[in-house]
Design a binder for this molecule. Structure first.
Ligand code: ADP
Ligand code: MG
Length: 363
């Protein structure tokens, strides 16, 4: 147990993560515009992405497959019927005035991720849902002294929002969750997991409670873009909340920002409620309907995923659970290890890959 000692006794941190993972796809979710990173602003924008009047979205079949494959990789329930909704809000970089997302009927339901902790223990974190949605554009406030610029290249790019259950209890578990999720996404080839380029972003929900007590009120820290910052945000936020409660205050449910320079979280706005968005089914899009055979065919395309590979390495090569975990963390490493271990002593191969070879790569 990792409890935090306050002035009045011990506290438990409760964490749930919402990860936005950009789908690996050449084209956007509802248009044929390209998605390559780093292009000149506003060069990858179709009339649909710019929300010109009368434009109609057309679903990208490949993005749907990617979401289903991800759901299968998370051992999750695939919903044969799901619905796209409009999530309405005003923002300068959201020209339509709404985001096409999924709300009550997402494409993927409950699943689970096994965490590999440093002590060799495993812990399971529940997945609540995975849904498909569009990314927004980007506002640039640092290009001109008095004006903001808008870049719509990202507008309409397909995202998977992967929502965990509030099953994590400390920063180590949150870090292990993100590491494992990223590994699974990369194995599947459904998201490149690159947090620096923003193709994987994380909203961190944190609350505190007395050990084993009722869930406390959560604060949501938006768009944290590295695992190190997720750790810092959790640690800062838990102590901030404990301080307020121990001083006799209460936690307001709110949306906060992480300030990486100061290592603090700051209030951004009070938490919006679902009804503020006036969700309703997008009348331009039919519900997504799959038959089981479609899902089964996609299941047959899944590669061997890290948990299975790890178990096989322990079984077939007789290496330790820890060593197997390191060898399978990246798909390329695992394949390389198997090539090296062929006809050689597996333990020697592990030592060489982990020692000399990793050192060489780092250099
Ligand atoms: P919203 O869009 O309003 O943030 P979601 O259902 O998308 O709602 O996400 C809620 C997230 O908050 C989930 O990851 C969930 O696990 C987490 N969560 C819910 N209640 C708590 C709580 N009391 N403490 C910490 N995290 C929580
Ligand atoms: Mg949220």
């Amino acid at each position: 147990m990792s409890l935090i000692k306050g002035e009045t006794g011990y506290w438990e941190t409760v964490i749930g993560l919402e990860v936005h993972a950009q789908v690996v796809s050449q084209a956007k979710l509802f248009s044929g515009a390209p998605t390559a990173f780093g292009a000149e602003p506003n060069t990858q924008v179709s009339l649909v992405d710019a929300a010109m009047p009368g434009m109609l979205p057309v679903i990208n079949r490949y993005c749907v497959e990617q979401a289903v494959r991800t759901g299968l990789g998370l051992k999750a329930r695939i919903n044969l019927h799901s619905v796209f909704d409009r999530k309405n809000y005003f923002y300068a970089d959201l020209p339509a005035g709404y985001q096409i997302s999924q709300y009550k009927q997402p494409v993927v339901g409950e699943g689970a991720i096994v965490l590999d902790m440093k002590d060799g223990e495993n812990r399971e974190v529940g997945i609540e849902r995975l849904h498909l949605e569009q990314d927004a554009g980007k506002s640039l406030h640092d290009q001109h002294p008095t004006q903001s610029y808008i870049d719509l290249n990202r507008a309409g790019v397909a995202l998977m929002e992967i929502v965990s259950k509030p099953d994590m209890r400390n920063a180590d578990e949150a870090a292990a969750y993100l590491t494992k999720l990223r590994s699974i996404l990369r194995y599947l080839g459904t998201c490149d997991g690159n947090m620096e380029e923003g193709s994987m972003r994380c909203d961190v929900n944190v609350s505190v409670r007395r050990p084993g007590g009722e869930l406390g009120t959560r604060c949501e820290i938006k768009n944290v873009n590295s695992i190190r910052f997720v750790r810092q945000a959790i640690e800062y936020e838990a102590r901030r909340q404990i301080g307020i409660i121990e001083d006799g205050g209460t936690i307001d449910q709110e949306t906060r920002l992480f300030d990486a320079v100061r290592g603090e979280t700051r209030s951004m706005r009070s938490k919006e409620e679902a009804h503020d968005y006036r969700y309703f089914p997008d009348p331009d899009l039919l519900p997504l309907e799959f038959d089981q055979a479609y899902v089964d065919d996609l299941a047959a395309t899944l590669p061997e995923l890290p948990d299975d590979k790890k178990a096989r390495f322990v079984r077939d090569y007789g290496i330790s659970v820890y060593d197997a975990g390191v060898m399978v963390a990246e798909r390329e490493t695992a394949e390389f290890f198997e090539a090296v271990a062929k006809g050689r002593d597996p333990k020697l191969a592990v030592n060489w890959v982990m020692g000399d070879f990793f050192a060489m790569l780092n250099r």
